[in-house]
Design a protein around this ligand. Structure first.
Ligand SMILES: [Zn+2]
Length: 498
C-alpha cells in the first residue's frame, strides 16, 4: 500500500513541526522506499515470529519455564546480531538489550518475550504453540502479546540502522522476560546497569498513543475473630479483585425462626425496591442461605456492573452487629463503601479531566485462615498516590477493627504530551495510517509504567479484537507489516531529536 502525501499537507506539517518544536524532523512518511525496505524483510520476520511462538516462554506461578525464557532471549540476541545490531543479555534480569547507534542518548523501546499460559487447549482452533500460518494470519500464544511487536521492532531497528546515517540518538530495545507477572522485577537489572532511556515507548498495547494511565492498588481488608468469639454468619462472593462479582452468598448456620423471619422481611423489602437485583433464599438443614445475583463487569469500570456483594451487604447490614468478624466486615462495607464505586465516603474520589474518576471495585469476599477478607481493586487518576489511597482505606478499616494490606500496586502514569518525541510519533502514525493520532487515557496498566517518560505506542490498531491472553490469539501479516513500517519511521523520526 503506497500512500501519496499531498503537497499541501506536507507544507502544513513542516510549518507545524517548526512551530511546535523548532526542529526539522518532519517525516514525509509512507515513502515507497520504506515500504520496499519492509517488504524485503517480511519473509524473514514472519519465519522468526512463527519459530519464536513455538518457544514456550511462559510466565506462570511456578516459574517452570525459566529455561524457555532464556532460550527465547538468546534467539532474539542471535537474530539481532545477525541483523547487524549490538545485543546482549543482562543475566540478572534476565533481560535482552538490543542497540543501534550511539548508546547515549537513546530512544527506548520496551517489549517482552514472555507469554501467559495457553489456557484450555480445547478452546483453540490451532495448537497454541504451533506458529501456524493460515490465510494470512500467524497463530499462537504471544503472536500479538508481545512477540509480534518484538519482531516488528527488531526488524524496524535493523532497517533503520541501514537507512539512517545521521542519527543523533541511538535506539535501545529492552526485552523483558516477566511482564506477565506484573512485578517486572527483571527490569531492575536495566536500572542497575544505568540503561534506562530518557524517553520511549512500549510496543505492548495499542495505537495511537496512550500517555495517561490510572494507578491501581489491590488492597485486602482482613477481619479476624476476637478471643472466644463464635462466628454466626458466612459471607462469600466474587472470583477476582478486578472483576465486579455477579454472585454473593450469605449464610446463617443454625438460624432461628425469628431471625429467619427478620432476614426474609429485609429481602422482600429490598426486592420490592430493587426488582432488578436477583435474590434467592432457602432453608437447608437448618442453615438459612441468601444468594444475590448481579452483573459481572471489568473492575476498571465497576459502574457498568451490578456488584452482588455490595447489594447483599445492603440487605443484611441492618440485621448484623459487630460482635463477629463477618459482622465487622459487613459494617465496614456498608458504611465506608455502600453502593459507591468512586470512593467518595472513603475520601479517595478524584476526577481528572484527562484521566477520569477514581474507581473502587469490591471484587471478592472469602474466608481465610485468619478470618474473613475483602479484596478491592482501586484505580485513581494522577494526583492521588497509592500511599494516600492505602492510608484513607486503612483508617476506615481500622474503625471496624480490621487490618488493611496492600497486595500489589502501581502509580499512575502521565506523560507530558508537549514533547518532540510525542509529536514525532503522532505524525508518523498519521502518515502511515491516514488516521488522527489521538492521545488516550486508560484505566488499565501497560508496560509503559515501567520507566519514566514512556508511552504506549502500538501495536494493535483501534478496533482490533482483544485476542492477547485469549484463545485463538493470532496476528495478521498485514498488522505485522504495518507495525514494522510505523516503528521504522518512528525510529527514523525520533533518532533525529536531540
Ligand atoms: Zn504484553
Amino acid at each position: 500500500m503506497i500512500k501519496r502525501v499531498p503537497v499541501k499537507r506536507l507544507i502544513s506539517q513542516l510549518v507545524l513541526g517548526l512551530f511546535c518544536c523548532g526542529q526539522l524532523w518532519v517525516v514525509t512518511a509512507a515513502e515507497p522506499q520504506y515500504e520496499t525496505a519492509v517488504d524485503e524483510v517480511m519473509d524473514a520476520a514472519i519465519a522468526d515470529l512463527r519459530e519464536w511462538i513455538t518457544i514456550q516462554s511462559i510466565t506462570d506461578a511456578e516459574n517452570s519455564h525459566q529455561g524457555d525464557k532464556l532460550n527465547q532471549l538468546e534467539a532474539v540476541v542471535a537474530r539481532a546480531e545477525a541483523l547487524g545490531l549490538a545485543a546482549r543479555i543482562l543475566p540478572e534480569g534476565p533481560v535482552a538489550i538490543v542497540e543501534m547507534g550511539p548508546a547515549k542518548p537513546a530512544v527506548g523501546i520496551l517489549v517482552h518475550a514472555d507469554v501467559v499460559p495457553a489456557g484450555s487447549r480445547t478452546d483453540w482452533d490451532a495448537h497454541p504453540f504451533s506458529g501456524d500460518l493460515r490465510d494470512g494470519e500467524i497463530w499462537g500464544r504471544g503472536s500479538l502479546d508481545d512477540k509480534g511487536p518484538l519482531v516488528a521492532t527488531l526488524y524496524a531497528m535493523a532497517l533503520a540502522n541501514q537507512l539512517n546515517s545521521g542519527m543523533t540518538r541511538g535506539v535501545r530495545m529492552i526485552v523483558g522476560s516477566s511482564e506477565e507477572d506484573l512485578n517486572w522485577g527483571d527490569l531492575d537489572a536495566v536500572r542497575t546497569a544505568g540503561l534506562v532511556p530518557e524517553f520511549g515507548w512500549t510496543a505492548d498495547a495499542a495505537f495511537p498513543i496512550i500517555n495517561a494511565e490510572k494507578s491501581f492498588a489491590n488492597l485486602v481488608a482482613r477481619f479476624a475473630p476476637g478471643e472466644g468469639e463464635t462466628e454466626q454468619f458466612r459471607l462469600s462472593g466474587g472470583s477476582a479483585p478486578n472483576s465486579v462479582p455477579d454472585r454473593a452468598l450469605f449464610e446463617i448456620p443454625g438460624a432461628e425462626a425469628a431471625q429467619i423471619e427478620r432476614f426474609e422481611a429485609a429481602v422482600a423489602d429490598y426486592h420490592s425496591r430493587f426488582p432488578e437485583i436477583g435474590v434467592n433464599h432457602l432453608l437447608q438443614s437448618g442453615s438459612w442461605q441468601l444468594e444475590v445475583s448481579g452483573l459481572a463487569a471489568h473492575g476498571a469500570s465497576p459502574e457498568r456492573g451490578i456488584n452482588a456483594i455490595s447489594h447483599l451487604v445492603q440487605i443484611v447490614a441492618p440485621l448484623v452487629d459487630d460482635a463477629t468478624a463477618t459482622g465487622r466486615l459487613i459494617g465496614f462495607i456498608h458504611q465506608a463503601l455502600g453502593m459507591e464505586t468512586d470512593g467518595t465516603t472513603l475520601g479517595i474520589a478524584r476526577n481528572n479531566e484527562t484521566m477520569g474518576a477514581t474507581t473502587v471495585n469490591l471484587g471478592v469476599v472469602k474466608s481465610s485462615p485468619g478470618g474473613i477478607e475483602a479484596f478491592f481493586n482501586v484505580r485513581a487518576p494522577a494526583g492521588l498516590g497509592v500511599a494516600a489511597i492505602q492510608g484513607r482505606m486503612a483508617e476506615a478499616v481500622t474503625r471496624h477493627q480490621g487490618e488493611l494490606r496492600l497486595d500489589q500496586a502501581m502509580e499512575a502514569l502521565y506523560v507530558n504530551p508537549d514533547q518532540p518525541f510525542i509529536d514525532a510519533l503522532r505524525q508518523v502514525y498519521t502518515e502511515v495510517t491516514g488516521e488522527p493520532a489521538d492521545l488516550r487515557a486508560i484505566g488499565g496498566t501497560t508496560y509503559a509504567k515501567a520507566f519514566p517518560n514512556f508511552v504506549a505506542f502500538g501495536m494493535a490498531m483501534p478496533g482490533d479484537p482483544h485476542l492477547g491472553h485469549a484463545a485463538n490469539e493470532r496476528i495478521t501479516v498485514t498488522s505485522l507489516r504495518r507495525g514494522m513500517l510505523i516503528y521504522l519511521q518512528a525510529i527514523l523520526a525520533t533518532t533525529g531529536i536531540n
